[in-house]
Design a protein around this ligand. Structure first.
Ligand SMILES: *Cc1c(COP(=O)(O)O)cnc(C)c1O
Length: 222
């Protein structure tokens, strides 16, 4: 399947105006598709399976910034720790602690986002709104995890046609993000990863500065 060049160029222009980062989600797609988008200038790519990410990283240009956007198991942290640019889905302090430990071993500070559960479906991982504010406050005030850098929040809205519902969920995430930023204005806590192919426009309206787009760029996944 060819990549969607026109859609990509339009998206880049749109995001430039919004000062948002595009993470191209290449999960299930061949390395050749990543290379095709790379050739157009794309550098941030996202994967949600550790094995697939590791395999592609080995094949593809070193200048790619790899984002891990899936659910990370503690025993797999070491496979991505040496190179991962940003881990989006940190859903417990226990996982954050394990990432910190791995970072210390390899002498690297690993960028992380805390995942917030904003959707109605109970299949999606993450902290709830008050928990995430407590978790971030704990990390920043105790300074317990020197080998992780908490860079912001990530969330996934409900999979629904109801855009008012999606907007409400993104606004809730934005509100948690703002609260943490206000409490810790000196921390480099400034990434709000929300929005996918179906809802990124709403996410941008709600203050997203990082969107994760797969099918719109690479075509539908089988
Ligand atoms: C697959 C995936 C995306 C991209 O989804 P599309 O609808 O194909 O744009 C974004 N975020 C996460 C966490 C994903 O797993």
């Amino acid at each position: 399947m060819p990549i969607e060049v026109t859609a990509y160029k339009r998206l880049v222009d749109e995001l430039h105006a919004a000062h948002a980062v595009l993470v191209a989600v290449s999960k299930t797609k061949p390395a050749a598709d990543v290379e095709a988008l790379y050739a157009l200038g794309q550098r941030d790519f996202g994967e949600n399976y550790v094995q697939e990410l590791v395999a592609k990283q080995a094949l593809l240009p070193a200048a790619i910034r790899w984002h891990f956007i899936g659910h990370l198991q503690s025993n797999k942290i070491k496979m991505i720790a040496p190179f991962v640019h940003l881990i989006h889905g940190v859903d417990s302090l226990r996982l954050l602690e394990a990432i910190d430990k791995e970072g210390r071993k390899i002498g690297r500070r690993i960028n992380c986002l805390l995942q917030v559960h904003i959707a109605q479906e109970d299949t999606k991982y993450g902290f709830d709104g008050t928990e995430v504010i407590d978790a971030a406050s704990f990390v920043f005030s105790e300074n317990k995890f020197p080998n992780v850098q908490l860079c912001g929040l990530m969330g996934m809205a409900s999979f629904t046609e109801n855009s008012a519902q999606v907007k409400k969920e993104f606004e809730a995430l934005r509100s948690c993000f703002d609260t943490i930023r206000m409490r810790f204005p000196n921390q480099p806590f400034n990434m709000l990863s929300m929005g996918m192919s179906g809802d990124y426009k709403i996410a941008l309206e709600c203050g997203s500065n990082m969107i994760r787009i797969g099918s719109m760029l690479f075509g539908v996944r089988s």
